[in-house]
Ligand binder design. Structure first.
Ligand code: SF4
Length: 447
């Protein structure tokens, strides 16, 4: 039975030292009770009190780590159903599968190619986190060989997907130092064998089962045996079934603190039609999946998945920002135009995408407005003549261009006189919308 905030508060040091990041012990207790902060965040908690509280105040969803080093990822420990209530903490891992029936050289090539994929979107780089090796050959040694080839070639964590505990034991043992995920595709057939293998190797275990009842019973068994790092994987006939499992299991874990389903969920989006697979993968990512494994390896489709992930895991309380300063776009020469905007990502990329599409090299001055848009920043006095001049003077732009002219958004034409005064640069008033920039430059800019 979960403890209330007041019950937790009774066991806290009551020093209000703020080391947990919250202003008071009571605020911390409330966060812990809501599953939004771990007890370990209080460094002053007595070990005895910590032990007594830890089970009762355990987060509603277990944290699971797969892999080691820089490429490792963590999933789970989510605390809310809806992103606006807090934020989603651990982005879903995207995995691409390879089959152990393929030639070893082909497995290596595909794994290497998948690991090389990187999408730079809104200033953040997304990659493919996982190679999932499927045991389809029926040959245990072959599976271990294929898994090692994939792991070595990709340099990424691997998921070992098999319906045979012996195959998982062989491949898991060979790769144990790299902390792969053991994915028991028919967990109910030999749950004791899978649990024993995961315990012996100290690896996370994914339990695949047919429905809530079966998966709950299997996860309880694994938990009772001392396994903490579990992942649940439902067998779903349709994408609708998959979404139903994801939403209902998340609700059971977060709202009802139902421990048997308090683990991240792994989904497969495997389909001969890459569009169907991509649509399913995006749905699952947007609706709580902790891992999505797909057979699609074309970067064009994977980009849709990575973009869905980036969107849903963005903190809704923090405006998406780009680094303030002067950004070259293309390869701007000394006559290139200089455009002013704010460091709100949407504003910045609206400008950047217009000039990139038109292949017009330019410099963009992104003024630090704490991620607010042009008009909001102006109204809040964050986009001012002084802030524009300051951003300009902190760069060496005057040594890169042979003119002293900048174009400001038409929405803040009123700033033009002040900017000229503060910076000494001529100010041209550009269009009000980013869509007008290219026609404006073609007509007005002469360098
Ligand atoms: S770190 Fe511990 S003692 Fe300090 S304010 Fe937070 S809960 Fe209280």
């Amino acid at each position: 039975m979960a403890l209330s905030g007041l019950e937790i508060y009774k066991s806290l040091p009551k020093e209000n030292c703020k080391e947990c990041g919250l202003p008071t012990c009571l605020a911390f207790a409330m966060k812990v009770a809501a599953g939004q902060a771990p007890l370990e965040n209080c460094p002053r908690l007595e070990p005895g009190a910590a032990a007594a509280l830890s089970e009762a105040s355990a987060p509603p969803q277990q944290l699971v780590k797969v892999g080691v080093g820089d490429q490792a990822f963590e999933i789970g420990r989510e605390t809310v159903l809806y992103r606006h209530e807090d934020k989603f903490h651990h982005p879903a891992a995207i995995g691409v599968c390879v089959d152990d029936t393929a030639e070893i050289a082909a497995i290596k090539e595909k794994s290497r190619a998948v690991a090389a994929i990187a999408f730079d979107r809104m200033g953040k780089v997304s990659k493919i986190d996982l190679i999932a090796v499927r045991h389809l050959s029926g040959d245990v040694e072959r599976f271990a060989l294929a898994a090692k080839a994939a792991a070595d070639a990709a340099g990424r964590p691997v998921a070992l997907m098999a319906s045979d505990p012996n195959a998982l034991r062989a491949a898991g043992g060979a790769l144990a130092a790299q902390r792969p995920l053991l994915w028991a595709m028919n967990a109910q057939a030999d749950i004791d064998g899978y649990i024993a293998t995961a315990k012996e190797l100290g690896l996370p275990l994914c339990i695949q089962g047919r429905d809530f009842e079966e998966i709950s019973a299997l996860s309880e068994k694994a938990r009772a045996a001392g396994l903490k790092e579990l992942i649940l994987a439902p067998e779903c006939a349709t994408e609708t079934d998959g979404l139903a499992f994801l939403t209902q299991s998340r609700r059971a874990a977060i709202s009802r603190k139902y421990r048997p389903l308090g683990y991240p969920v792994a989904m497969t989006a495997i389909n001969g039609n890459p569009v169907q697979a991509t649509v399913a993968a995006c749905w699952y990512i947007l609706k709580y999946a902790g891992i999505v494994v797909t057979n699609v390896s074309d970067p064009a489709y994977l980009l849709a998945m990575a973009a869905s992930r980036q969107d849903i895991y963005t903190d809704p309380q923090v405006p998406v920002q780009v680094k303030p300063g002067v950004h070259p776009v293309g390869d701007p020469g000394p006559d290139a135009p200089v455009l002013v905007t704010t460091n709100f990502a949407l504003s910045y990329y609206s400008v950047e995408s217009e000039i990139t599409a038109a292949r017009i090299p330019a410099h963009i001055i992104a003024v630090d407005t704490e991620g607010t848009s042009v008009l909001t920043a102006w109204a809040a006095e964050k986009l001012t003549p002084a802030s524009v001049a300051q951003t300009l003077s902190a760069s060496n732009l005057d040594r890169q261009v042979n003119h002293k002219k900048m174009i400001i958004p038409g929405l803040v034409a009123v700033l033009s006189g002040g900017i000229k005064e503060e910076s000494g640069w001529d100010v041209m008033v550009g269009p009000r919308e980013a869509s007008g920039i290219v026609p404006y430059l073609k007509k007005q800019w002469s360098g």
